[in-house]
Design a protein around this ligand. Structure first.
Ligand code: PEP
Ligand code: MN
Length: 340
């Protein structure tokens, strides 16, 4: 971090600031020009709050030369992180060279619905089952999910098919119900629920962290850092579209964030073409594009009867469409040397 000091600052003032910063655990290189003094902060600057330093009356400007995320940063961990989900059959490994497909309904609605979809997507090659039991809905009057019963149905579907499950956690209070859930999903709306993220740092389970509706890629990385700083390094990042001015899709799928994240971090990155587009017929082209962009997998909403779905029917594809998607993705995966 580089701290440029105000014009005409006295040597005693520079020393005073340097002493204050050293006490925060960093080394200081002082350099004095004719009119300006500059402090170079070396070592671990993650504990230095650049914003409050800018507020110091001696400081002109502050520039970070290194990203504030250390654990998620590829610079300090050059190899790809692989997130392993043990199963009775072959373990699911999320991360290169695998392209992992997670599929299932937006929300768990009934035993028949969930188990039927689970069997179908497994036959077509999905490696994990998704399904929301606790649903973050915009309206308090919309279906809020089946709650604990939904978790029980997911566990039943897991036993019936052998597919590991991923489901959304909205509150720390629900955590005790997630003992047998394989991956905890943190939805877009909770990406910056820092208390929840801190709790996940010591929950011992892989986390699927979705990008917030209006969050930058760096904010997503800082949220991953919260979980990792607490001791949990099994974080999977998910691009699910961000808000923009155009409404022809539900969100704007920021595909360029995939290569950016893959370069910036060692964590696996997956794409959710369902929430990104909000539209079933766009799922296939965007799933193919995600693979081509270098994603480590996709999470897709599949419903046996989209017209009657209690949530997100418009963007849900049918099991038959999913089967056809998987066939096409296999060809794309071969070109990209990915294992699907
Ligand atoms: C979901 O996966 O059903 C969901 C609510 O996703 P998001 O948090 O990305 O909106
Ligand atoms: Mn949904």
């Amino acid at each position: 971090m580089i701290v440029v000091l105000k014009h005409g600052i006295k040597k005693e003032e520079v020393d005073e600031l340097a002493t204050h910063l050293k006490a925060l655990g960093v080394g200081i290189h002082e350099s004095f020009g004719e009119n300006t003094a500059i402090l170079g902060l070396v070592g671990d600057t993650s504990g230095i709050d650049a914003e409050s330093l800018k507020a110091n009356h001696l400081v002109e400007k502050v520039m970070r030369v290194q990203e504030p995320y250390k654990m998620a940063n590829r610079k300090f961990h050059p190899d790809d992180t692989l997130v392993r989900i043990p199963t009775e059959e072959k373990d699911v490994v999320i991360g290169a060279p695998n392209f992992t497909v997670i599929a299932g309904p937006c929300s768990v609605e009934s035993r028949d619905q969930l188990t039927g979809i689970a069997r179908a997507v497994k036959l077509s090659g999905a490696r994990m089952l998704r399904g929301g039991a606790f649903k973050p809905r915009t309206s308090p009057y919309s279906f809020q999910g089946m709650g604990c019963e939904g978790i029980d149905l997911l566990l039943e579907a897991k036993r019936a098919t052998g597919l590991p499950i991923v489901t959304e956690l909205m509150s720390v209070k629900q955590l005790e119900l997630f003992d047998n859930v394989d991956i905890i999903q943190i939805g877009a709306r909770n990406m910056q629920n820092f208390d929840l993220l801190k709790e996940l740092g010591h929950c011992g389970k892989p986390i699927l962290l979705k990008r917030g509706l209006a969050n930058t890629a760096k904010e997503l990385l800082m949220s991953a850092e919260y979980i990792m700083a607490g001791g949990n390094e099994n974080v999977i990042l998910c691009e699910r579209g961000i808000r923009s001015f155009d409404s022809f899709t539900r969100n704007v799928l920021d595909l360029s964030v995939v290569p950016f994240l893959k370069r910036e971090t060692h964590l696996p990155v997956i794409v959710d073409p369902s929430h990104a587009t909000g539209c079933a017929w766009m799922v296939e082209p965007m799933a193919k594009a995600a693979l081509a962009a270098g994603a480590d997998g996709i999470i897709v909403e599949v419903h046996n009867n989209p017209e009657m779905a209690l949530c997100d029917g418009e963007q849900s594809i049918t099991p038959a469409q999913f089967e056809s998607l998987m066939k096409k993705l296999r060809k794309y995966a071969a070109i990209e040397d990915k294992d699907l």
